[in-house]
Design a protein around this ligand. Sequence first.
Ligand code: 13P
Ligand code: SF4
Length: 327
Amino acid sequence: MLSPSDLRPSEHLYTKVQRAIPAIEWPVFAEDIDAIIALKRSRNAVILAHNYQTPEIFHCVADIVGDSLALAREAMKVDADVILLAGVHFMAETAKLLNPSKTVLIPDLGAGCSLADSITPEDIRLLRQTYPSVPIVTYVNTSAAVKAESDICCTSGNARAVVESLGVERVIMLPDEYLARNIAAETRVRVITWTGHCEVHERFSAAEVRQLRENHPGVVVLAHPECPPDVLAEADFAGSTAAMSCYVADRRPPRVVLLTECSMSDNVALQYPDLEFIRPCNLCPHMKKITLGNIRQALQTMQHEVTIDDSIAARARLAVERMLAVT
Ligand code: 13P
Ligand code: SF4
């Protein structure tokens, strides 16, 4: 027999997000959430959501959440017919590369990334001519066409392990200059960098961290490695979005700040009501293009489907699979 929560699954979900979403706004969210849950069933779809998605997506409709590395690994295991990627375009492409028989949807094709936009396949071909024997390590925040020109990919969660796995003295690491410099500071491998930046993380400054410590005594500062090196030098810990979540889960710092995208703190703070989160906020305009409304629309219309040209898919997949074999 059906119970009321089978008909309105959103009813029990409000408790997860009530500290982030005012009760008066909930009915608008609930309508979309119920429709999305029904559409997931009828389309045999799963939603993979990045840690930067807003709480109503992250906590109420996502089936799998995580950082870029976890989403890549989980995409490979998906059995359902459809993967909807609540994140940005390179994440949807990575899912398609790793599970090519599935229909991969992204609710807004304009959900890009300043890092992915900072480099082209032609740039990589020129780099190869300049440094013919130096392996090219490419951050997953790139197009499939750029991955196809690379030797191996990495994420913020495994960059050092990937660089060191190659057993060489020198690598080219691109396109994120700051991630590359931050990894160079941790390893003996020499790193040639590119000039791409994340438009969210480049805005954090060392002065801001010092000010945070002055205003909030005892605060534990966690920073994403896409931040400039002087920010990491002032931080207590640097790691991927998943590593930051784990730090909070394991160490339970009573007062903490996550120097990364805003929704990350919102999502983690909902899980730890006893901890105080200080929230200087830099929004990613690309991640914020994904909403409950366009997730619902994507599942209704089965758009926008992410496809990858056969001429690049096999080479791009190889670069991602080499990375997954390292960690
Ligand atoms: P993570 O892999 O750490 O989740 O980072 C992805 C990203 O786009 C950070 O800006
Ligand atoms: Fe790209 Fe930065 Fe947005 Fe991540 S936060 S998707 S790196 S622009």
